[in-house]
Design a protein around this ligand. Structure first.
Ligand SMILES: CC(=O)OP(=O)(O)O
Length: 623
C-alpha cells in the first residue's frame, strides 16, 4: 500500500524517476517549473518537509532560496513579480510560517503582483485535532488571496497548483495552496503533471480602445486649457510613445510611484510624481489642470489630490472593475495603455505650441536647478542629497533600485535619474517597511548580471536586516545604503504637520556597519559628504568582485522641502500661490506668510512660484 495516503511514509532517496509515478510534491514543482519559475523563497518547517524533499530532488531545476524570515520571502516573491511580470513563489510551514507570510502577500495584492504561496499543513490524518501548529489556514488567506485552496488528495496537487498560478495571473494577485504534508510524499501517476501546459501570458488579449472613444478624448483635449497626463505602471514599455504623444498634444506628464523610470526622467515634459513624494512642478501643474487623463494608473492619494481639484477626468484602464475608483468619470476608456496611446497618436493632429506646456517645462527646469544646487553642496554632518549624487555617479545605466518605505521614497523620486533601461521596485500601495532587502534579493536573483542598489532608512532596514545573511549566503553583490538618523523621519514629518508632540519616532542608533560585518558583509560608516567617494569606490570594488556591501550613512534628520504644502487658487481671474496654513500648525514655519519665505526656509531662494512662471510664459489666466 505504498502509494496510498493512509501510509504516506516517504521512501528514502526518492528520485522522482519511478516508472510512471512521481511523488506528488515533485509533480507540483514540475508544474511550477513549467511556468518558467526557477527559484522560490521560504523557510522549512516540519509540515513542509514533503516539499523540501521535492526541492532537494529538483535542485537542478528549481533553486531554493533560504531566507531568514518568511515575510522577507513573501516580499521578495512580490518583488520578483513586480520586476519581471512573472509569478513569484514563496512558502511557509503551518502556523507561524504561514502567518509570517501575510505582510508580503498583502503587498503583492495591493501592487497587483502575481504570487503563489505554498503553505504547509499537518498530515491530513492529524487535521482538525488541534495538532501542533495546526490551524484552519484558509479563512486567514481568504481576504488576501484571489484563490485559496486546501489540497484534498495527493493526485490533485499538481492540478491545484497549476490552477492557482492561472488564477494569480488572471487576478494579478495572490494564490494560496495549503498542502497536508503527507500528500506530498505520495507517488502519483506522472501524467498528472506532464499534461500541464502553461499559457504564454503575453498572449492574453487586451481590451482595445475604439475610434469613437479616442476621438471623444481628443475633443476633451481640444477643449481643455491645462491638460495633464497621470501615468501609472500600466504604460509598461510604451513610455517612448507617450513622450511622443505628450509633445504632439503639448500635454505634460505626471507619474505614479510604480511608474518611475518608465518615462525617462530627463524628458522635459516629465514632471515626476504627485503629492508628498513629488516635484514642485508636478504638484503645481496638477493643481491648476482642467483635464486629467489617467493612463494605467492606480493612485492611493486620490482622495487628497484628485478629489480636491476641479478638473475633468478621463480614466484609461485595462481592468474594467477599476473605473471611477478614484474620481467620478467624465470618460472611461477600457483599454490597454499602450494601445490607447498608439491610437491617440494615429488619430490626433499636432497641437499648436502651448504656453501652458512651456510653463510646465520651465517650472520643472526651475525645480531641477534647485535639486542640482542641493546635490552639489558638501555637508558635514552628512545630509541625504549627497548620497544620491554618489549613487548617480556610479550607477550603471541599467541599474535596478529597491527603495524601502520612508523618506528615501521621496528622495529617490527627486534625485535618482532613471530611464526605461532601469528597473525600480517599491512597496507602493501597502507601503510595507522592510521591503527594501527583499526587493534587492529579488532583483539580483532575477537579474544576476545587473547592478542592484538597495536604499533604506534605519527603521525599515532594522525590520529585515537578518536577511543580509541571505545576500551573503548566495553571494548577491547588492549595494546596500542605509540612511540612518535614529528617527522615523517620514513619520516625524507627518507628526510635524499636525499639532502634536513627537511621539514614538526616535529609535536607537545602531552601528549597521558592524552588524553587517557580523553577518559576513563588508561595510563602512560615513558621516560627512567628503567620506562618500571612498565609500562608493569600495562598494564598487567589492560588488564587482561578486560580494554584497553596506554603507551606513549617518545623516541628519533634515526634512526635504514639503511641496505638498503649496496651494494654488484663482482670485480675481489670476492664480495665487500660498502655503497651506493647516500644515504648519505645530512647527517653526507658522511665521511663514509667503511662498518666497517658504522656499528660503528650504534653501530654495532661486525657486519661482507658478504664477511667476505663468506670467513669464503669458499663460492665459482664464478659468
Ligand atoms: C518610515 C520612516 O519614517 O522611515 P524614514 O526614517 O526612513 O523616513
Amino acid at each position: 500500500m505504498q502509494n496510498t495516503v493512509s501510509n504516506p511514509v516517504p521512501e528514502k532517496n526518492q528520485t522522482g524517476a519511478g516508472v510512471g509515478t512521481v511523488p506528488a510534491s515533485v509533480a507540483m514543482l514540475k508544474v511550477i517549473e513549467a511556468w518558467g519559475v526557477d527559484h522560490m523563497y521560504g523557510y522549512p518547517g516540519g509540515s513542509f518537509n514533503s516539499t523540501m524533499n521535492a526541492l532537494d530532488i529538483e535542485k537542478e531545476r528549481m533553486r531554493y532560496i533560504q531566507i531568514r524570515h518568511e515575510q522577507v520571502g513573501a516580499l521578495a516573491a512580490a518583488a520578483d513579480a513586480k520586476l519581471t511580470g512573472k509569478i513569484g513563489v514563496t512558502f511557509g510551514s503551518a502556523g507561524p510560517g504561514a502567518t509570517n507570510l501575510l505582510t508580503g502577500l498583502y503587498d503583492a495584492r495591493e501592487d497587483h503582483a502575481p504570487v503563489l504561496a505554498l503553505i504547509g499543513q499537518v498530515p491530513h490524518t492529524n487535521m482538525n485535532y488541534n495538532y501542533f501548529q495546526e490551524f484552519d489556514e484558509n479563512p486567514m488567506f481568504a481576504d488576501v488571496a484571489a484563490y485559496a485552496r486546501l489540497v484534498m488528495t495527493p493526485e490533485s496537487l499538481p492540478y491545484i497548483v497549476d490552477k492557482a498560478i492561472r488564477e494569480a495571473y488572471k487576478h494579478r494577485g495572490v494564490a494560496v495552496v495549503v498542502i497536508p504534508n503527507d500528500f506530498g510524499y505520495v507517488q502519483i501517476p506522472d501524467e498528472l503533471y506532464s499534461s500541464v501546459s502553461p499559457t504564454d501570458q503575453k498572449d492574453r488579449p487586451l481590451p482595445q480602445p475604439t475610434d469613437l472613444e479616442v476621438d471623444a478624448v481628443l475633443e476633451m483635449v481640444k477643449a481643455a486649457k491645462r491638460p495633464v497626463f497621470h501615468v501609472g505602471r500600466g504604460i509598461r514599455d510604451n513610455g517612448a510613445k507617450l513622450v511622443e504623444l505628450s509633445k504632439k498634444l503639448q500635454i505634460p506628464i505626471t507619474v505614479t510611484g510604480q511608474a518611475k523610470g518608465l518615462i525617462p526622467d530627463d524628458y522635459e515634459g516629465n514632471l515626476g510624481m504627485l503629492n508628498r513624494a513629488s516635484s514642485k512642478a508636478a504638484d503645481e501643474i496638477f493643481a491648476v489642470s482642467d483635464l486629467v487623463i489617467a493612463i494605467g494608473a492606480d493612485f492611493p492619494f486620490a482622495n487628497a489630490i484628485y478629489r480636491t481639484h476641479p478638473f475633468k477626468f478621463v480614466q484609461v484602464d485595462v481592468d474594467e472593475a477599476q473605473f471611477g475608483r478614484h474620481h467620478y468619470l467624465d470618460k472611461g476608456v477600457w483599454s490597454d495603455a499602450g494601445d490607447f496611446v498608439d491610437k491617440m497618436l494615429v488619430r490626433s493632429t499636432d497641437a499648436e505650441p502651448s504656453s501652458f506646456f512651456q510653463a510646465a517645462v520651465a517650472d520643472m527646469q526651475n525645480w531641477q536647478a534647485y535639486l542640482d544646487h542641493l546635490l552639489d553642496r558638501e555637508t558635514s554632518p552628512l545630509e541625504f542629497e549627497q548620497i544620491y549624487r554618489e549613487i548617480n555617479k556610479i550607477a550603471n545605466d541599467d541599474a535596478i533600485y529597491s527603495i524601502d518605505v520612508g523618506d528615501n521614497i521621496i528622495n529617490s523620486f527627486r534625485y535618482l535619474k532613471l530611464t526605461p533601461k532601469n528597473k525600480w521596485v517599491i512597496s507602493a500601495l501597502f507601503a510595507s517597511m522592510g521591503s527594501g532587502v527583499p526587493g534587492a534579493l529579488a532583483a539580483q536573483l532575477s537579474f544576476p548580471d545587473r547592478q542592484v542598489f538597495h536604499i533604506a532608512g534605519d527603521g525599515a532596514f532594522s525590520m529585515v536586516m537578518q536577511d543580509l545573511i541571505t545576500e551573503k549566503k548566495y553571494d548577491l553583490p547588492i549595494i546596500n545604503i542605509i540612511t540612518s538618523n535614529a528617527s522615523l523621519n517620514f513619520i516625524k514629518s507627518e507628526q510635524d504637520d499636525i499639532p502634536m508632540n513627537h511621539s514614538g519616532i526616535f529609535i536607537e542608533d545602531q552601528d549597521f556597519a558592524m552588524i553587517a560585518r557580523g553577518m559576513g558583509v563588508e561595510a563602512v560608516t560615513v558621516r560627512a559628504s567628503s567620506d562618500l567617494p571612498a565609500a562608493f569606490a569600495k562598494a564598487l570594488e567589492v560588488t564587482q568582485a561578486g560580494r554584497p556591501f553596506l554603507i551606513d550613512a549617518k545623516i541628519t534628520d533634515k526634512r526635504g522641502i514639503p511641496v505638498e504644502e503649496l496651494e494654488l487658487k484663482q482670485q480675481d481671474g489670476t492664480w495665487v500661490e500660498t502655503v497651506n496654513p493647516s500644515y504648519n500648525a505645530n512647527r517653526a514655519l507658522t511665521h511663514i506668510s509667503s511662498v518666497q519665505e517658504f522656499f528660503a526656509e528650504y534653501d530654495g531662494g532661486e525657486l519661482k512660484s507658478l504664477p511667476e512662471i505663468f506670467a513669464e510664459h503669458n499663460v492665459p489666466t482664464d478659468k
